[in-house]
Ligand binder design. Structure first.
Ligand SMILES: Cc1cc2nc3c(=O)[nH]c(=O)nc-3n(C[C@H](O)[C@H](O)[C@H](O)COP(=O)(O)OP(=O)(O)OC[C@H]3O[C@@H](n4cnc5c(N)ncnc54)[C@H](O)[C@@H]3O)c2cc1C
Length: 301
């Protein structure tokens, strides 16, 4: 109850406080911060990374071009640091203009896919809210039809349409990141109950693996992590047939445990100055958020 109240009041919480308590979720303001974290995660834990330039729902083409330039710089930095096998790039289609003009966004994403391919780096197209699902999948299909193989998609277990989307894309043999989905969606298009979303996640994971597809199992939810451990064992999969994925700053002991068991795991490493939207979503998911905000507000910590 208290948590729900705090979530509703989040827009009223001063930005410096949000920034402070959400800093664990973000590598820093600069690309060098993301590269440092990527190196640390790999050297310290054997984890891989996918780097994301913070930003979404841009409202001008100039802004989208700036975002594209920042993602191109990520690819250059990964290549310069010889981190190809350790790090990939994640991109949000609306940060590249999908909400402005589909062709414009497609051209931007294609330029990134081209550079990623030239440099031998994997690029994943994040999935945003349902107004953009069709257009995002279309960008992916066009890229694949044009020969860009090192590109993957994200499917959201909370959406009722996802199983059909998966079936519709089997011919592309996509690399899939499976997650619950973070955006608020209506009951018409999404399951909203915790257990029904979990059930769909489990069903989709089986479908993906039984279809021979590579899956990034993106969750911090113990029952789903446990289920995935069992499914990959039951299917006799090797460590390179799938990976776990987690967000920077979330459930680090679980992350280390998964890695210690010999699974591959990739951490989503966001950086940049446009941190507010991403940070707010992470705080809303954090069960300890209410206490953290109360402490920060009351004690100025
Ligand atoms: C690598 C990665 C990429 C993602 N990409 C996308 C995407 O493209 N599109 C999209 O819609 N969603 C994306 N998501 C977000 C995802 O959809 C979920 O919103 C998010 O992962 C939380 O769901 P969960 O399965 O961890 O379950 P939850 O039930 O939310 O969390 C399980 C447990 O993890 C802990 N936890 C979760 N979040 C936090 C937090 N912020 N701070 C502290 N503890 C926490 C809590 O203990 C919680 O009980 C991504 C997630 C990951 C891991």
């Amino acid at each position: 109850m208290f948590n729900k109240l705090i979530v509703a009041c989040l827009p009223l919480v001063p930005r410096p406080i949000i920034r402070k308590i959400s800093s664990r979720y973000i590598a820093g303001d600069h690309l060098a911060d993301a590269i440092d974290i990527t190196r640390q995660l790999h050297a310290g834990e054997g984890a891989r990374s996918t780097i994301d330039v913070l930003g979404e729902f841009v409202d001008s083409e100039d802004r989208a071009l700036t975002e594209k330039a920042a993602s191109l710089a990520v690819l250059d930095a990964i290549a310069a640091g010889e981190l190809h096998h350790v790090a990939g790039l994640s991109v949000k289609p609306t940060s590249l203009g999908l909400g402005l003009d589909e062709e414009f966004a497609h051209a931007n994403i294609q330029e990134l896919a081209q550079k990623a391919r030239d440099l031998g780096i994997f690029m994943r197209i994040d999935m945003e809210n349902t107004p953009y699902t069709d257009a995002t999948l279309k960008v992916y299909r066009r890229l694949r039809e044009d020969g860009y193989d090192r590109v993957g998609i994200v499917l959201q277990a909370m959406l009722r349409r996802t199983e059909q989307d998966l079936r519709d894309h089997l011919e592309y043999q996509p690399s899939i990141r499976l997650c619950k989905g973070i955006y608020k969606e209506s009951r018409e298009v999404a399951w909203t109950g915790r257990e029904e979303i979990r059930d769909n996640f489990k069903r989709l994971l089986r479908l993906i693996l039984e279809s021979g597809l590579y899956c990034g199992i993106a969750t911090h939810d113990d029952p789903l992590v446990d289920d995935a451990r069992q499914v990959v064992a039951a299917h006799g999969l090797g460590a390179d047939d799938y990976e776990f994925q987690m967000l920077l700053g979330v459930r680090e002991p679980v992350r280390r445990q998964i890695l210690a068991e010999g699974h591959n795991l990739r951490v989503y490493v966001p950086f940049g100055e446009d941190w507010y939207g991403y940070s707010s979503r992470r705080l809303k998911e954090n069960p300890a958020m209410a206490g953290m905000i109360a402490k920060a507000v009351l004690l100025g910590q």
